[in-house]
Ligand binder design. Structure first.
Ligand code: CMX
Length: 435
C-alpha cells in the first residue's frame, strides 16, 4: 500500500467512531432552522452538509484542512527551485489532513505517473466531437466516457460491495481520474486551439510542471498551474460543483459519473464560467474603446451600463463570502510580483477600485467584493493562454482535487443517499399564515 493510502486508511479508522457517536448519541441536536426565503432562495446558509476537507468562513475565506492559503503555500513541500507546492502533496493534505514530507508528495507524483495514460477511445471520442464544442463539454464527456474503467462500479457489479472497504475503490477511481485530468485538459487545448498538436508528457516533471509542458507554455507557467489548481480545488461542500459531485456519488454512482456531473455544474456562468466571462466582458469593453485602457469614469459607466442592462458583474459577489476572496488576493500577489505593469492587471486592479462602491450603491449584491474568478483570466492571458473558453477546464482540473477527496470520504463515512424534502407553495402559504 502507498503511504498516502496507508495514512488515509488510519485516518478513516480514527474518524469513523466520531461520526457514529454523533449519529447514535446526538442525532437530535439541532444545528439549523430553515426559513421560507431559504427554501425558495437556493438554501443559502442552511447547515446540512458535512465535510472536513475545507471550511469557508464568510470573512476569512477558505481554509483547507484548517490551513489558510498562505499557510498551505508555505508549509507544503515544493519541487526543487520552485515557489509553489506540489499539487500532489496538496492532494495528500486534502485526503489525510496531514502536511506530507517531500518524499510522500513525490510518491504521489509517481502514483499519478503510473495512472496517467489516457485510453485511446477517449482520444477518439474527443476527436469525433465537433471542434467548436465547448472545451468543458469535451472535458466532461471524456470523464464520463471513462466510466467503464471504474473499479468501484466493477466491484459493485460483481457483488463485492462492502460498506467498510468501498472507499478503497473510490480512492482508486479518484487517483486514476486525478492522474489523467491534466493530460486530458492539455490534449483538448492543443487539439482545439493549437492546430491539433498534442505534446507528449514529460514524466520527469510534477503535475504542475508537466501540465505547463503539455500545454506548450514556458516556465514560470508551471508555477501558475500549481497555484491555480490549488486555489481552485475546494470551497467547502455547498457550491454547485462540489454539491453536485457529492449528490450524484450519494446514489453510489462512481467517481466518473459524479465528477462529470460536478464539472457540468461548474460550466455555468454563475459558477466556474465567470472567469471566462470576466475576460470577455473586459475585452468587449476595451474593444469599444478601440483597445485603450479606460479611464476610471469610463469604467464606472461600463459597470453601470452592465448592471442597468440586467446583467451581473462577473467575478464579483459570492453566496457565502462577505469580503475579498483570499484566492483573488493570492493571484493579485502573484501579479504584483511577476507582471506588475501588465495593462490587463492594471485594469483588473481598477475594477477593484470601482466595482465594490457601485455594487454597494446599487444595493442588491450582499457581497460587493471580488471572488476568485475576477483575477484568474488575467494571469492566463499574460502567459499566452488567450482562449478564454478554456479557463473553466483549468478550474475543473483544480476542482477535481477537492471533490474527489470529498467523495472518497463520503464512502469512508458511509454517508447515505441525499434526499431533502420538498414542500408545495400552498404549504408555504399555510406556514406563513396567509392561506
Ligand atoms: N453583479 C450584479 N448583481 C449581483 C452580483 C454581481 N456581481 N452579485 C449578486 N448580485 C445580485 C444578484 O443577482 C441578486 O439579484 P436579484 O435579487 O435581482 O436576483 C442580488 O444581488 C442578491 O444576490 P446575492 O445574495 O448577493 O448573491 P447570490 O448568493 O444569489 O449569488 C453569485 C452569488 C456568485 C452567483 C452572484 O454574486 C453572481 O452572480 N456573481 C457574478 C458571477 C460570478 O462571479 N460567479 C462566480 C462565483 C465564484 C464561484 O464560482 O465559486
Amino acid at each position: 500500500m502507498s503511504t498516502l493510502k496507508d495514512v488515509l486508511a488510519k485516518k478513516i479508522d480514527e474518524h469513523r467512531p466520531r461520526t457514529v457517536k454523533l449519529l447514535k448519541e446526538h442525532g437530535d441536536v439541532k444545528i439549523s432552522d430553515v426559513t421560507i426565503s431559504q427554501a425558495i432562495g437556493g438554501m443559502r446558509g442552511v447547515k446540512s452538509l458535512v465535510t472536513d476537507i475545507s471550511y469557508l468562513d464568510p470573512y476569512e475565506g477558505i481554509r483547507f484542512r484548517g490551513y489558510t492559503i498562505p499557510e498551505v503555500m508555505e508549509k507544503l513541500p515544493k519541487p526543487e527551485g520552485k515557489d509553489y507546492p506540489y499539487v500532489e502533496g496538496f492532494f495528500y493534505l486534502l485526503l489525510t489532513g496531514d502536511i506530507p514530507t517531500k518524499e510522500q508528495a513525490e510518491e504521489v507524483v509517481e502514483e499519478f505517473r503510473k495512472r496517467s495514460q489516457i485510453p485511446q477511445y477517449v482520444i477518439d471520442i474527443l476527436r469525433t466531437m465537433p471542434r467548436d464544442s465547448h472545451p468543458m463539454t469535451m472535458f466532461s464527456s471524456a470523464i464520463l466516457a471513462m466510466q467503464r474503467e471504474s473499479v468501484f462500479a466493477r466491484n459493485y457489479k460483481e457483488g463485492k460491495f462492502n460498506k467498510f472497504t468501498c472507499w478503497e475503490d473510490m480512492y482508486e477511481d479518484a487517483m486514476n481520474l486525478m492522474a489523467k485530468l491534466p493530460h486530458i485538459g492539455a490534449y483538448i487545448y492543443r487539439m482545439k486551439y493549437k492546430g491539433d498538436t498534442p505534446i507528449e508528457p514529460d514524466f520527469s516533471l510534477d503535475l504542475g510542471g508537466n501540465f505547463a509542458h503539455m500545454m506548450g507554455i514556458e516556465p514560470p507557467y508551471d508555477e501558475v498551474a500549481r497555484m491555480y489548481f490549488i486555489l481552485h480545488s475546494d470551497h467547502e461542500s455547498g457550491n454547485v460543483s462540489a454539491h453536485t459531485t457529492h449528490l450524484v456519488a450519494s446514489a453510489l454512482s462512481d467517481a466518473y459519473y459524479s465528477l462529470s456531473a460536478g464539472i457540468d455544474g461548474l460550466a455555468g456562468p454563475l459558477h466556474g464560467l465567470a472567469n471566462q466571462e470576466v475576460l470577455g466582458w473586459i475585452q468587449n469593453f476595451m474593444d469599444q474603446l478601440g483597445g485603450e485602457v479606460p479611464t476610471k469614469e469610463q469604467l464606472q459607466k461600463a459597470v453601470w451600463d452592465t448592471l442597468n442592462s440586467g446583467q451581473v458583474i462577473p467575478g464579483y459577489g459570492h453566496a457565502v463570502l462577505r469580503k475579498t476572496d483570499p484566492r483573488y488576493t493570492s493571484q493579485r500577489e502573484y501579479c504584483q510580483k511577476h507582471l506588475p505593469d501588465y495593462p490587463l492587471f492594471k485594469l483588473v486592479s481598477m475594477l477593484y477600485d470601482v466595482v465594490p462602491d457601485i455594487l454597494r450603491e446599487q444595493g442588491k449584491a450582499k457581497n460587493p467584493w471580488p471572488n476568485v474568478d475576477a483575477h484568474s483570466g488575467v494571469i492566463q492571458w499574460y502567459y499566452g493562454l488567450v482562449e478564454y473558453d478554456f479557463y473553466t477546464v483549468l478550474f475543473g482540473i483544480g476542482r477535481a482535487l477537492g471533490v474527489l477527496a470529498n467523495i472518497t470520504w463520503d464512502r469512508a463515512l458511509g454517508y447515505p443517499i441525499e434526499r431533502p424534502k420538498s414542500v408545495t407553495t400552498d404549504m408555504l402559504e399555510e406556514a406563513a399564515g396567509i392561506k
